[in-house]
Design a binder for this molecule. Structure first.
Ligand SMILES: [Zn+2]
Length: 87
């Protein structure tokens, strides 16, 4: 048995499953967040979130951040937009 950590990039929920490599192979790509049915991303190691990020990952983060801002903009949260862009 090995521990596999997964994260939902929509709601940032973390999941931890104990399973064998065979089970992981079968489940891979079909593990979904309980809250929003988003497919979960594997997190490697316990400190994966703290290690230095590659430029690709940083670019991904920026994209996600933009999407979050867009979502907030759509829901009319103007104060957030002003916080980020200034007036
Ligand atoms: Zn989620």
């Amino acid at each position: 048995m090995a521990k596999y950590r997964f994260i939902c990039d929509k709601c940032n929920s973390e999941y931890c499953f104990n399973m064998s490599i065979e089970e992981y192979d079968k489940a891979k790509g079909s593990i979904f967040c309980e809250k929003d049915n988003n497919s979960l991303k594997r997190v490697y190691g316990n400190f994966a979130l703290k290690v230095a990020k590659t430029s690709i990952e940083i670019a991904e983060d920026i994209k996600k951040e933009k999407n979050k801002i867009l979502e907030k903009a759509k829901s009319g949260d103007m104060s957030t937009i002003l916080d980020i862009y200034g007036e």
